[in-house]
Write a protein that binds this ligand. Structure first.
Ligand code: ADP
Ligand code: MG
Length: 571
């Protein structure tokens, strides 16, 4: 339970402000998160980490000499936006390229990948290793699909120590990939967590029971038992992890017993006492054990054990000293920066536009207004659908995104922008504030449509249909979901197919749009029968049978509402 906040919507931002105020000798605030406030040598690879907030010390608490150069910090449990990741990377860049590492979650992957693409387009070298340590989230054969939990620490440390030892970007990437390959974690939980301002916990574990493999955002566990004794829990954690000793591991191992937010250190020490014995009994050489909080899940009561299997190189890199707000090892001397700028604060230019396009911009504004109304009306239902197999934030994410889009679109229209610029600003505002997978994808959809609207003249129905088709293509390029995976793609593909077909057959835009919205609505309902294969819901597919996909439903609702606006505009 969280007791203290001002406005829940401002919680993450105010948390970051306070964190920076308290840790000025380590970090400074930039757009999107924090970067080191200490001097790093020019030409060094910059290690940029990040993810949603609510996991302290991940991610801001791990910025400083010996660890990350910067952290993109999203909203509570929501991925930072592409813009945030990009801005932090620009501020952290030292000229040696940017190395990204973060836990493997769909929303984070989308936004970090898009930021990486932007950096490369600007001539900044960038590479990524996602952390996939949670053995309960996918079988070993599909390790790349596993999510990242407390194993973040080992991968981040290996990468950062390599960067500071002079490895180039390819070298840092290789060593981080090896560290990830040799990091395995397994977690259990006794309670859920309750976000600021929420009346109910985001998820719960029945009293007296223990959820096995429960995710750090409440993704359901794979099993549940009565709460065992401390020694029994130690045996469960160790035996499962020893089943997966990585190939080539010689027995040197670092155990990390991580608290998820409200488990007592004393309880963890009792558990660790037995873990240590069991590892030694198994003939392993236990090196530098860690017991504490390294990646939490707000106020969840639970713990995870990570085993990090060393070789000579990883052991040498582990000895590299670290000094960050939440994590220190060895002795570091660092110098404070004297001048610092926030690269993201750039001047705004409104492209030339004409009267015809101003009229279209008014329609764009009306469309965004109707999206806001539609989401506001359905926010609870969308959250409920997402809580069945996801993390329950689809309603609030769409709400944050659409409201930010409206603010941006109004500001563009007030400054005399044409249709393209108005919708582009809306898209940017949406993906920046929404967070999560759907926020990034809606940013892509709207940006692609905007490109076809132009800032001069009025688009034809065929232009709009082509824009929607490009948006659908962009969504599948970024998100990699196919029809049948139980995502918004299942509604978007029939939507765009019907729209294009009707327009080609000579229908007016409002008529074509209305039949496309019907097709999307039918397809969205049919997602109830599907098993999810993408995104957060994938891990716990069977829970979702019988419930439609929240992203497909919200897309169909929005498409239907826009249809009404287009019909009214024509009359
Ligand atoms: P998050 O999953 O980050 O919590 P949301 O809850 O806002 O984000 O959105 C969830 C929706 O995102 C899902 O219902 C699904 O429609 C959509 N989604 C998830 N992953 C993908 C993907 N790879 N491609 C397309 N849509 C996806
Ligand atoms: Mg969600």
């Amino acid at each position: 339970m969280t007791r203290l906040w001002n406005d829940p919507a401002e919680f993450a931002d105010e948390m970051i402000d306070g964190f920076v105020a308290a840790n000025g000798r380590y970090v400074r605030r930039v757009t999107g998160g924090v970067v080191r406030s200490t001097v790093s040598p020019a030409g060094q690879v910059a290690v940029v980490v990040g993810g949603g907030s609510g996991h302290y010390p991940a991610f801001g608490g791990l910025v400083g000499p010996g660890l990350a150069h910067g952290a993109a910090m999203g909203n509570l449990f929501a991925s930072p936006s592409t813009q945030q990741v990009h801005a932090v990377a620009k501020a952290a860049d030292l000229g040696g390229g940017v190395f990204f590492s973060y836990g493997n979650y769909a929303g984070d992957v989308l936004n970090f990948d898009a930021a990486q693409e932007r950096l490369r387009a600007e001539g900044v070298e960038a590479a990524t290793v996602t952390v996939t340590d949670d053995v309960m989230s996918a079988p070993l054969a599909e390790k790349h699909k596993r999510r990242g939990i407390a194993g973040d620490l080992t991968v981040f440390r290996a990468a950062a120590a390599a960067a500071e030892s002079g490895y180039d970007l390819a070298g840092v990437t290789a060593v981080a990939a090896k560290a990830n390959e040799r990091t395995r974690s397994f977690g259990v939980a006794f309670t859920g967590c309750q976000l600021p301002g929420a009346d109910t916990p985001l998820f719960t574990v029945p009293k007296g029971r223990m959820a096995i493999g429960l995710g750090i955002h409440g993704e359901p566990g794979i099993d549940e038992t009565d709460i065992p004794t401390a020694d029994e829990l130690a045996a469960l954690l160790v035996s499962r992890l020893l089943e997966e000793r990585p190939e080539g591991a010689d027995g040197r191992v670092i155990p990390i017993l991580n608290g998820l937010g409200s488990l007592k250190y004393e309880e963890m020490f009792v558990v660790y006492r037995r873990i240590h014995q069991l590892l030694e009994d198994a003939g392993l050489e236990v090196i530098d054990p860690h017991v504490g909080e390294f990646c939490t899940s707000f106020d969840m009561a639970g713990t995870s054990l990570t085993l990090y299997w060393l070789d000579d190189e990883l052991e040498r890199l582990w000895e590299h000293p670290v000094d960050t707000p939440a994590y220190r090892r060895g002795a570091v001397t660092a110098q404070q920066q004297t001048t610092a700028v926030d690269a993201a604060a750039e001047a705004v230019v409104i492209p030339e536009s004409d009267e015809a396009s101003h009229a279209v911009a008014q329609t764009v504004l009306a469309v965004v207004e109707t999206i806001v109304d539609t989401i506001d009306e359905n926010v609870d239902e969308l959250g409920r659908l997402d809580s069945v197999a996801g993390d329950g934030d689809h309603g609030i994410g769409m709400q944050r995104g659409s409201h930010a889009a409206l603010t941006a679109a109004r500001s563009a229209v007030d400054q005399g922008a044409g249709a393209r610029t108005t919708l582009e600003w809306a898209a940017d505002g949406w993906s920046d504030k929404a967070g999560g997978t759907s926020g990034a994808l809606w940013g892509v959809i709207l940006t692609k449509i905007a490109e076809k609207l132009g800032d001069t003249g009025a688009p034809t129905a065929a232009d709009v249909a082509a824009g929607v088709a490009a948006g659908a293509q962009g969504v599948t390029d970024y998100g990699k979901a196919e029809v049948g995976d139980k995502t918004l793609v299942d509604a978007l593909v029939p939507f765009t197919a019907t729209l294009t077909q009707s327009v080609n057959a000579g229908a007016s835009l409002p008529d074509a749009w209305a039949s496309a919205a019907d097709a999307a609505t039918r397809a969205a309902r049919l997602t109830a029968d599907l098993l999810p294969r993408m995104g957060r819901a994938r891990t716990h597919g069977e829970h979702a049978i019988g419930t439609p996909d929240p992203g497909a439903i919200s897309l169909a609702l929005i498409a239907t509402a826009i249809g009404t606006v287009l019909a009214e505009k024509e009359n």
